[in-house]
Design a protein around this ligand. Sequence first.
Ligand SMILES: Cc1cc2nc3c(=O)[nH]c(=O)nc-3n(C[C@H](O)[C@H](O)[C@H](O)COP(=O)(O)O)c2cc1C
Length: 159
Amino acid sequence: MDLMNSNLSVAIVYGSVTGNTKELAHVIYRIFCSKAVKVSIFSIEEFSVSDLCHFDALAIGTYTWGKGDIPKEMLPIYRGFESIRRKDMATAVFGTGDTCYPMFCGAVDQFRDMLYVHTNLAATLKVELRPQKEDLQRCEKFVEALLGRVNKDSYVRVK
Ligand SMILES: Cc1cc2nc3c(=O)[nH]c(=O)nc-3n(C[C@H](O)[C@H](O)[C@H](O)COP(=O)(O)O)c2cc1C
């Protein structure tokens, strides 16, 4: 057990309609658990935006809608982050999308740009539709980047 991580409180909050982002969120959740981190996972419907500041680190998961748009159920949390300035809060954003669309995972890009300004953004991760075995290593890297960022600086775009 990594005692260094045991006092951290991490939340994963995701929006998903057809299950791809939910599945990715759970892959990421299991990786956090394997690192003895105290992690909670919420669908966006279960999460109260007023709880944003109760966590040391947040990983936001979103699919993309319309023409590279943030899904409407993710807008309250987006605006919640916009209304704070917490450079001490480590964040990361992941999502699933479809490369058939011109703005692949456009919602991830929008969250990335906003979280970079308002929080301590550590990493982004984009996955094509349903996560595959090959994505596991990228998810590991994403988790490491977020944990490594708590109280530190450095940004990772997981390729
Ligand atoms: C109407 C519609 C619009 C979409 N627009 C985009 C888009 O602009 N960019 C993108 O990468 N994916 C787009 N997608 C694909 C979804 O983001 C993708 O299927 C995603 O994995 C769904 O996530 P979920 O299974 O968690 O709901 C769109 C899908 C639909 C049905």
